[in-house]
Design a protein. Structure first.
Length: 518
């Protein structure tokens, strides 16, 4: 079949609301041609397009009541639609690939396969005065109109930060996304689902709460940036609009097409099978047990971050990535580091990551255990450079500490750790038992820095060593120099409760003292 011209529109739709009296309306002709072309195609053909005043929505539901509405979830007063520009970008895609292109995630689609969700594509004409471009300012106006002044007043104080803060800064563990991807039945009764009722019951609405409301009730997912267009996972921008939710049969000249999810489109392209991020983390974790750390399975570790840490009384999934919740920032390693651990015994892997034999021996003798925590990358991560760390210090610890440390930034960038006089004390203090360390006069906590009127270079370096664990191997270039001379990317993330991280995997890392001596 030759590529259709702009006058041969396409869709595998059935009629939704075409009345006999409307058959001569120009829009009725457009929708008939859309239907006729896509009815015979499993993909959007090359050259596919729709008139500029037509919009579309991938609609879904588990019951007929939900399928009757543009947005079937209870409480939805507004619906997202994409403009005609999105249709032209669908050329060559099947319907599932088009859903991925407009922002649906593979993980969400996989979960909908399990709960019986039906998917449909709705295309219909819409006048300009019905459509509202999806910007933060416009969202606030719509909330005031459709949800009322009280809801608006609770959200409005956070507007400026919502405009400038990426969602990964607000929700680094991806908890809002996790809740959003539950089934409709499960998420509506979940205590962390941000409905209007939940928002109104809060005594104080935080930035996280506000973003949660926009995520769950307004449908502003992790791709939403509030500038009127949606950025798909490939980085392409498409116009996105909001309009009042309504019954589809009330929309003139609307057409509906039932969609079957194409399994091949949501299979992990490297693994050749459906593989969730949790499963990927689990496979890595299983290979980290005993003496074999991980095989050279390079595709398996892409998109995974790891954190190896120690604790005496660690209750799995009930603690923080760092054993103390007051430790706000911590370093993690990426998939490239995991690959470098191939074939190493656990002790050698620990040494390769920068732990010293003396430090590991002391922890072993004191009864510490080690845990490997693996989680997908969607957590906010920052390359561990001096500039980025200073920015995070200001954000996390406050301007007072930032301003005391800032004068030493040039020297910290230029000087090697050993070029700073007195740094051996920092190493010795760091190796002490935690209680002894925290009571030591040369332990540089945030409180200690605040108490010093004029912070020296050594004291500044001590803060980064003790409070953020930038040890003697840290060079502030975004990479850590391992003992074998290899450079590996290192990142900083905000400390989070392990239980709040989506698809997290925790595994015991066990070894004997004899292995360490080897």
């Amino acid at each position: 079949m030759n590529a259709p011209t702009i006058n041969r529109f396409t869709s595998a739709f059935s009629s939704a609301s075409l009345h006999l009296s409307d058959l001569d309306h120009p829009d009725a002709g457009f929708t008939r041609r859309i239907r006729d072309v896509l009815r015979t195609e499993s993909h959007f053909p090359e050259g596919f397009n729709v008139p500029p005043h037509f919009v579309g929505r991938f609609q879904r539901g588990v019951s007929q009541d939900q399928l009757d509405l543009l947005s079937g979830e209870p409480g939805k007063k507004l619906s997202w639609v994409f403009g005609h520009d999105a249709f032209s970008s669908f050329a060559g895609m099947n319907h599932t690939q088009a859903m991925l292109a407009v922002g649906f995630s593979k993980s969400w689609l996989r979960k909908r396969l399990d709960d019986g969700t039906q998917h449909r594509l709705v295309i219909f004409p819409c006048s300009d005065d019905e459509l509202v471009l999806g910007t933060w300012d416009n969202m606030m106006k719509l909330i005031k109109i459709h949800y009322g002044e009280e809801v608006h007043s609770r959200l409005f104080p956070h507007l400026e930060k919502l405009k400038t803060f990426h969602i990964k800064r607000i929700d680094p563990s991806g908890r809002l996304r996790y809740i959003s991807e539950l089934s409709v039945e499960d998420k509506l009764i979940h205590s962390e689902f941000y409905s209007v009722d939940k928002l109104m019951k809060l005594s104080h609405v935080s930035l996280y709460d506000a973003r949660g409301f926009f995520y769950h009730t307004m449908g502003c997912n992790y791709l939403f940036i509030g500038k009127g267009h949606s950025r798909d996972p490939d980085g392409k921008d498409r116009l996105e609009y909001l309009l009042p939710n309504r019954r589809i049969h009330e929309i003139p000249h609307a057409y509906i097409h039932k969609i079957e999810i194409d399994l091949e489109s949501i299979i992990n392209e490297h693994e050749g099978r459906i593989l969730t991020k949790y499963e990927r983390c689990q496979e890595v974790a299983n290979k980290f047990k005993n003496r074999e750390v991980i095989r050279s399975d390079s595709t398996l570790v892409e998109g995974i971050l790891g954190r190896l840490f120690e604790a005496v009384f660690l209750k799995t999934l009930k603690t923080y990535l760092m054993s103390r919740p007051t430790s706000y920032l911590l370093q993690v390693f990426g998939g490239d580091t995991i690959r470098e651990l191939c074939g190493l015994s656990v002790p050698k892997a620990l040494l390769s990551l920068g732990f010293s034999k003396a430090y590991l021996a002391r922890l072993y003798q004191e009864g510490y255990s080690h845990k490997l925590v693996l989680f997908p990358e969607p957590m906010i991560r920052t390359h561990a450079t001096w500039d980025e760390i200073f920015s995070l210090v200001k954000e996390v610890y406050g301007s007072d500490i930032y301003e005391k440390l800032l004068p030493h930034l040039p020297a910290l960038k230029l000087k090697h750790f050993t070029d700073i006089k007195g740094v051996e004390t920092l190493k010795k203090v760091s190796n002490l038992h935690r209680q002894e360390k925290e009571n030591h006069p040369d332990y540089f906590s945030p409180e200690k820095i605040r108490s010093i009127e004029s912070v020296s270079l050594l004291e500044a370096r001590g803060f980064f060593y003790h409070s953020i664990r930038c040890n003697q191997l840290f060079e502030g270039m975004g990479y850590t120099r391992a003992r074998n001379g290899d450079d590996r990317a290192e990142f900083l993330v905000l400390n989070s409760k392990v239980a709040n991280i989506q698809d997290v995997v925790v595994v015991d890392v066990k070894f004997s003292f004899d292995e360490l001596e080897d």
